[in-house]
Design a protein. Sequence first.
Length: 163
Amino acid sequence: MQTAKQGIVDLAEYVGVSRDKVLAGKDDDLANVNLRPPGALDWIDTIASIKFEDEEILIFPLDGGIEGYLLHGPELLQNCNKFFGYKQFHMEEWASDFPTFGFHIDIKNSQIEIWYADVFSNIVQRLQEKWQDWKVIDHFDRFEAQLENLKGRLQFQTEDTSK
């Protein structure tokens, strides 16, 4: 049994429709982006983390999905204000809902790792087009990959097992 990990793209190809016909090319219409936290604590959808050239790691709680940030390409890093980053981040202090998306950018190694609990069509290829010469690793729904990269600096909500 095949799965549709790329959503509509997999379904279209299965029935013989070209992926170009179903993918929107509106990435250039995105507004300037920054890594400022959301206006309300419970609006966090995405956890971003960046390992800078000097090995400093900062965590950015964000609203919206990964596409709205990463499809800007390296411009995202040019607009990055470290003031909004956290050295440690405890999600349960901000929101009760678990985030839906996450990404980790390692600038020195030109690598981006993503995870998401949603369906994305052709996300790795779209990111590779914007982040040329960068390695993009798709962890699908394995959020633990970001925890591993951050080595205890990020803590998600703990599951209530008493229910």
